[in-house]
Design a protein around this ligand. Structure first.
Ligand code: UD1
Length: 427
């Protein structure tokens, strides 16, 4: 594979309009949900990113056909005859685990490789298992593969999650829609992507109420009552938040289109607290700033709390603020790898367990840096746009997992940015 780097020259202004893609974290689960409606479903507003390609491969391996036209995916699950997802795919993308719930719903059985550890902490799946067990699923681990069976069928149950895990809520939801009787998921995750998934499941014949709140109630229907559907993915609030940070860093005005501002309550609140002007419309958010950035304290929490997926981007803002900010990461352990790269560009950050003390500096300096994960990669490119001199961002495979044409969109907003093959870089 020909590796590429992003080269960005600093001291640019990002201004203008940008359209965000459909939400990665929604589309991946909507694709898995299509397994429950045996036949051809159409998903619109699906981003062109590599994680979607991997999920398409997961579905194809199960026997589905997946084709794309623009931002629409046609997924035909008529001939799905396997319930096995191998390690080779789960290791490429942890979200492959979200086929577990729908496979159990469709076949009463699933064989999915256990995801390993990952760079942002242990990321266990114990809550997925506890929730599904309450519905009557039995699990055995056989040579690293999780084997799920339902000896007595799927039965609705009242389950309280220990933590509002997004993945556990989704897997439970996708199995419970075809369980016999009523399921209640208490302390459910409230992310907008969960509501999007429930809306699609309902369009397929399911009876889900309360998605988007911490109590989801499901009245099970027979599998035969589930059918394919056509659904449009909600806009990506994290991509939107990333561009808004770009506008806040450089002053803007920058307008993101294609996202409901109600999906970004904390990000908008913190942008205002940092001295930005934020205006909103039905499906757009505009940021501008004329005053210096003010320091702010942020703690990540499940939605509607501040999203962990915007933590790195806001750490960058804090790095250029007038005073000291404290950023606390409560959702994932070990999600401060970005800080080390940003310090290479001149940021002043002290880490203490899951707290980061960020002392604002007047200017960052361009440097060669590496994406450590998807959001860190996106934030490093933004750092390069405001830094003095040239920044090279390596390991773009992380950015390509979740941002469609990131460099192209930033260029259209005024960045001096290009992607070049590593082999084309001088020694
Ligand atoms: C999803 C998102 C990710 C986002 C995260 C939190 C996708 C593909 N990814 O990840 O971008 O950052 O939500 O908003 O949608 N945990 C357990 N046991 C479990 C499940 C989770 O201990 O069974 C822990 C995790 O290790 C983590 C925390 O709970 O520390 C949150 O995880 P979860 O909400 O499940 O996130 P994901 O669904 O993995």
């Amino acid at each position: 594979m020909n590796q590429e780097v992003i080269i960005v020259r600093g001291n640019n202004t990002l201004a203008g309009d940008v359209q965000v893609a459909g939400a990665k974290n929604s589309a991946l689960k909507l694709m898995a949900a299509a397994l429950l409606g045996q036949g051809p479903s159409l998903l619109h507003n699906v981003p062109h990113i590599s994680d979607i390609d991997i999920m398409a491969e997961v579905l194809e391996r199960l026997g589905a056909t997946v084709s794309r036209e623009g931002h629409t995916l046609a997924i035909d699950t008529t001939n799905v005859d396997s319930c096995e997802t191998p390690y080779e795919l789960v290791s490429k993308m942890r979200a492959s685990i979200s086929v577990l719930g729908p496979l159990i719903g469709r076949f009463g059985e699933a064989r999915v490789a256990m995801p390993g550890g990952c760079q942002i902490g242990a990321r266990k799946i114990d809550m997925h298992l506890v929730g599904l067990e309450a519905l009557g699923v039995r699990f055995e681990v056989d040579h690293g593969v999780l084997h799920a069976t339902t000896p007595n069928g799927l039965k609705g149950a009242h389950v309280t999650l220990e933590f509002p895990s997004v993945g556990a809520t989704e897997n439970m939801l996708m199995a419970s829609v075809v369980a016999e009787g009523i399921t209640a998921i208490e302390n459910a995750a409230c992310e907008p992507e969960i509501e999007d998934l429930a809306n699609m499941l309902n369009a397929m014949g399911a009876k889900v109420a309360g998605a988007g709140t911490s109590l989801i109630e499901v009245e099970g229907v027979p599998l035969s009552a589930m059918h394919p559907c056509e659904h449009t993915t909600v806009g990506d609030r994290i991509e939107a938040g990333t561009f808004l940070v770009g506008g806040a860093l450089t002053g803007g005005p920058l307008t993101v289109h294609g996202v409901d501002p109600a999906f970004l309550p904390m990000a908008i609140m913190k942008l205002r607290a940092m001295g930005c002007d934020v205006e909103t419309g039905e499906d757009w958010v505009r940021v501008s700033r004329t005053e210096p950035l003010t320091s702010v304290d942020i703690q990540t929490l499940p939605h509607p709390g501040f999203p962990t997926d915007l933590q790195a981007q806001f750490m960058l803002l804090a790095a250029l603020a007038d005073d000291v900010s404290v950023i606390t990461e409560n959702v994932f352990e070990n999600r401060f790898m970005f800080a080390a790269e940003l310090m290479r560009m001149g940021a002043d950050i002290e880490l203490d367990d899951h707290h980061a003390l960020v002392r604002g500096v007047a200017q960052l300096e361009g440097a060669p840096v590496s994406s450590t994960d998807l959001r860190a990669g996106a934030a490093l490119v933004l750092a390069g746009i405001v830094a003095d001199g040239e920044t090279q961002v390596h390991h773009l495979e992380h950015i390509d997992r979740g941002y469609e044409d990131y460099a192209g969109k930033l260029a259209s907003l005024g960045a001096d940015i290009r992607r070049v093959a590593v082999s084309a870089l001088g020694n």
